[in-house]
Design a protein around this ligand. Structure first.
Ligand SMILES: Cc1cc2nc3c(=O)[nH]c(=O)nc-3n(C[C@H](O)[C@H](O)[C@H](O)COP(=O)(O)O)c2cc1C
Length: 179
């Protein structure tokens, strides 16, 4: 596939088939993440690969949704986590320049999503995990002074194609201000 075809083909997959993602492919996806640019070359990322415990994480999110939020997307994301094969938890282990580190990790995550697409594996970038950061850290005995949860990424073979989206075009968001 051409690069631009991979970019176009990447979509958020929210329902997955019960097919295992091979460890070699998970490694390729994370390796692609590590090729991302990072501000001051800090490489401020760490990845935890979760298989069995994703059901616990989905439960945390459902409990949070039922007790503390009317945002239905949290419940939906919990269901996605239940059906995906693998959940990557993306942590930041550098506390110096928060904005730069967030941008670096965003680039790293996009690289992973594109490599997953390249391998025929569906993915979802999950920000909703942040609602249950405390529960996730307690479950895995992670010290929040050492690293901070930034996002999660669900991986698996797509069980449902997403609806087409109408996107803003480059020409709609661009102004050539001095040329
Ligand atoms: C930072 C970030 C956080 C996101 N968090 C969630 C999430 O928690 N749950 C979810 O279903 N989608 C989440 N998404 C996916 C977006 O909803 C999705 O990218 C957007 O609707 C465009 O669809 P597409 O990815 O298929 O192009 C997130 C995307 C980004 C960039």
């Amino acid at each position: 596939m051409d690069f631009i075809d991979i970019v176009k083909r990447r979509r958020s997959i929210r329902k997955y088939l019960p097919i295992e993602v091979r460890k070699e492919d998970i490694e390729k996806i994370i390796d692609a993440g590590t090729l991302a640019p990072s501000a001051h070359f800090k490489e401020p990322w760490e990845v935890l690969v979760v298989k069995k415990a994703k059901q616990e994480i989905a439960r945390f999110m459902k409990e949070y949704s039922e007790q503390k939020s009317e945002d239905i997307s949290i419940l939906k994301t919990a269901s996605t986590i239940e059906t995906c094969d693998t959940l990557l938890l993306i942590y930041c282990n550098n506390f110096e320049q928060e904005k730069y580190n967030l941008l670096s990790i965003g680039a790293m995550i996009e690289n992973m999503l594109l490599e997953a697409t390249n391998l025929g594996i569906g993915s979802l970038w999950i920000g909703n995990i942040l609602h249950v950061e405390e529960q996730v850290n307690a479950y895995f005995q992670i010290n929040s002074k050492e690293k901070k949860l930034i996002s999660a990424v669900a991986l698996g073979y797509s069980g449902k194609e997403p609806k087409e989206l109408v996107r803003k075009k480059g020409s709609e968001i661009t102004k050539y201000i001095d040329c």
